[in-house]
Write a protein that binds this ligand. Sequence first.
Ligand SMILES: Cc1cc2nc3c(=O)[nH]c(=O)nc-3n(C[C@H](O)[C@H](O)[C@H](O)COP(=O)(O)OP(=O)(O)OC[C@H]3O[C@@H](n4cnc5c(N)ncnc54)[C@H](O)[C@@H]3O)c2cc1C
Length: 300
Amino acid sequence: MRAFAYHAPSSLAEAVALLDREGDGGKILAGGTDLLIHIKERGMVPRYVLSLRDIKELSAISYDESSGLRIGAAAKLSDVASHPVVLERYPIVGQGASLVGSLQIQNLGTVAGNLCNAAPSADCAPPLIALDASVRVAGKNGERIVPLAGFFVGPGRTVLQPGELVAEVLAPPPPPRSGGSYERFTPRQEMDIAVVGVGSVVQLGQGDRCVQARICLGAVAPTPVRAREAEAVLAGQVLSPELIERAAETAAAEARPITDQRGTADYRKHLVKVLTKRTLTAAWEDARGVEARGNSVWQN
Ligand SMILES: Cc1cc2nc3c(=O)[nH]c(=O)nc-3n(C[C@H](O)[C@H](O)[C@H](O)COP(=O)(O)OP(=O)(O)OC[C@H]3O[C@@H](n4cnc5c(N)ncnc54)[C@H](O)[C@@H]3O)c2cc1C
């Protein structure tokens, strides 16, 4: 491993100024569970590393009725997965975060790091895209909000420009009578990455009529992708097991996975169908459950 400069600013403003001053060739260090492997084992040679560790403002996880959930870029996956607001109002986020690696990895790694690493199999991406989440990006020219659906460019690549970092992940307030679910398939129970991951969010209107559904597929394309044709099957319709089966078949038909060492394209399509069906069914139950649990779920 070659030597590199190390910076540990104590505020976001200082971090942005450092990135501007140091220029190209730097890497942001959050938990380091991806970055340090790239540096130690894959020949990455950053000119400098800028750690988020000492930026207290970036460790916060908070919720507000009007703006929703905010996850600071330095908040640990384990803190996110066990946060009361996440457990009550955004369980799908906790489902993704608690599948990343092991407890040791979750005690180091961050949601923002998982997104910025931009692996097609990243477990935090489908749940957050299904929630219509965004990231707050900070850089020398100020801040911008980027919807996660447009954040990923390809494996390991995002729309972040040199000198920019993700400060926060933002998920909107969950609409009434909405629910979500994330599931992935891995050959091993633990410490494996998704062959396919699916995150689904469903919002109900009157009875079981679906106002809107968002389905996001992971590990079937260079970036996480919405299954928009499958979503259209559900929108405005009364949910039933048969309709969900049709949506799952549509998701499998529109997915364009590749064959690699972890699964063939056909196998991945089969997994898309199975996981879409399971997550839509769970999201539907979750949306009904929110109503059954009453307002206490939504007020605090
Ligand atoms: C043993 C093991 C098992 C794993 N299992 C899984 C798994 O099951 N599922 C899964 O999805 N991932 C898995 N991972 C990958 C990794 O743990 C996750 O992606 C983790 O969430 C990365 O977060 P981090 O904070 O450690 O990121 P880091 O390693 O610190 O950063 C990752 C990348 O994002 C950039 N970055 C980080 N934060 C920011 C920011 N705020 N703004 C801009 N750029 C930033 C870094 O420069 C780097 O390029 C595993 C890794 C290991 C080592």
